[in-house]
Design a protein around this ligand. Structure first.
Ligand SMILES: Cc1ncc(C[n+]2csc(CCOP(=O)(O)OP(=O)(O)O)c2C)c(N)n1
Ligand SMILES: [Mg+2]
Length: 424
């Protein structure tokens, strides 16, 4: 009992400092039946300095910049830590001082503007084809900021370890995980990037990387970039919308400040790949655990955290069936979510895998025939069903600006799967 206060203080400190995020505290049942004296409004403990934290005064920026000046095709790899540390402006300034091309991980999508000439968009298994080509075929120096190099964004760990020039992370345990990095700094990214930019400005003649920028431009022209990526099949069938055209329409019609929350499954794959973003925090996906239904529920939380702002949730029919009951929470608590349900009638990821790799031996991949509009209306949301892309564009634009919660059920062609697919 006497530990409770300390444990809770520690939990709150960990939740808010260092590498912020959820903390799990478990109480045994007998403790829950006891009473503790109120601890009062005692201040939360000051954050402990992270083990291994280094100081900027002694860090050898010139050694890093010497190595960087020898690179031909360098790359800034922007992880979600850049957003958390509010280091976005400092990172962008450094990119512009040196001319280095940049990509974000899927989790950091939008942290730097994807419309920038030096941007290769987001990378990874569901990243831009141009980013993939640049990273796997050309890059000789990756400066990795606030990223864990998890499987999704490092192409199943196919990046060459020798090419990782720098790693910066607030968490000392992450610094050498997966790739060690020739130079390393443990600490806050924002002052680090500001100091790195100052050091680079002192010797700006060493950097232009025009060949690298030319390569980025050519790659984007050759294979397309977001909405200009060509696909073999983009037309609607008679009674269903083509999912590629659908995601491109969402990318086109969603204003930069509206957050898009994506689910997993094929709908998620397309959205990671085809939705272009330019504002930090404007794209949310559960890319680590990849739990279906996350977007249906998380969109409600994002909306309640940003009162008055519309949030778009992209979800499969399978994903909606996992957490669709959160529509009731959204209505009750006054959220403002627009759910776009890709109704292809199947667990697309599974069915297409079984079709293309397991000789069409189908098992447990069909969805029941649910009336998603009636389901949403029963919880107090507006709803519409569309079977053609032009109708979707009209309804989506209308519902984006209307107050309250709404769902669009889009009947999606069940034959089309995401391509290119770097996964299998
Ligand atoms: C909770 C959970 N269960 C199972 C999976 C494995 N899984 C990944 S995608 C997927 C199918 C998704 O179907 P749907 O939501 O309809 O999306 P679609 O692929 O059809 O666009 C499954 C079962 C998962 N990621 N999360
Ligand atoms: Mg589906």
């Amino acid at each position: 009992m006497e530990d409770i206060e300390d444990v809770l203080r520690q939990a709150i400190t960990e939740m808010e400092s260092g590498r912020p995020g959820p903390v799990f505290v478990e109480f045994p049942t007998n403790v829950l039946h006891e009473e503790v004296a109120s601890a009062g409004p005692a201040p939360v403990m000051a954050p402990e300095p992270l083990q291994g934290e280094e100081t900027l005064d002694t860090w050898d920026f010139d050694a890093l910049l010497d190595d960087l000046s020898k690179a031909r095709y360098p790359l800034l790899l922007i992880g979600a830590g850049v957003r958390t540390a509010k280091a976005r402006d400092a990172a962008l300034e450094f990119a512009e001082t040196t001319g280095i091309p940049f990509v974000t991980t899927t989790l950091a999508k939008g942290t730097l503007p994807e419309g920038h000439p030096q941007s290769l968009g987001s990378c990874g298994i569901w990243g831009q084809p141009a980013a993939r080509e640049y990273i796997l075929e050309h890059t000789d120096a990756i400066m990795a900021l606030g990223t864990t190099f998890q499987e999704l964004s490092s192409y199943g760990w196919r990046i060459k370890p020798d090419n990782v020039l720098l790693r910066v992370d607030i968490d000392v345990d992450e610094l050498s995980r997966n790739y060690a990095g020739r130079h390393r700094f443990c600490g806050n990214l924002r002052p680090f990037m500001a100091a790195l930019d100052r050091a680079a400005r002192q010797r700006s003649n060493d950097f232009s990387f025009s060949e690298a920028q030319e390569r980025v431009r050519a790659l984007k022209d050759d294979v397309g970039y977001y909405t200009t990526i060509p696909h073999k099949h983009e037309a609607d069938t008679e009674s269903a919308v083509n999912p590629v055209a659908l995601v491109k329409a969402i990318s086109d019609l969603t204003p930069p400040e509206v957050t898009v929350v994506s689910d997993v499954g094929e709908n998620g794959a397309w959205s990671m790949y085809l939705i272009e973003r330019s504002v930090p925090g404007s794209y949310v996906i559960n890319a680590g655990l990849g739990s279906m239904g996350h977007s249906a529920a998380a969109a409600v939380g994002v909306s309640l955290g940003r009162p008055g702002k519309k949030v778009v949730s992209i979800c499969g029919d399978g994903g909606l069936m996992m957490n669709g009951n959160e529509i009731a929470t959204a209505v009750r608590d006054g959220a403002s979510v627009l759910w776009v349900v890709f109704n292809n009638g199947i667990l697309g990821t599974q069915k297409h895998y079984q079709r293309d790799y397991l000789d069409g031996r189908y098992i447990a991949c069909e969805m029941p025939d649910v009336d998603y509009c009636a389901y949403a209306r029963s919880m107090g949301a507006e709803a519409a069903r569309v079977t053609a892309i032009d109708d979707f564009r009209k309804v989506f634009a209308q519902m984006l600006t209307a107050p309250g919660n709404a769902l669009i059920e889009v009947v999606v062609d069940p034959e089309v799967k995401p391509e290119p697919c770097y996964f299998y």
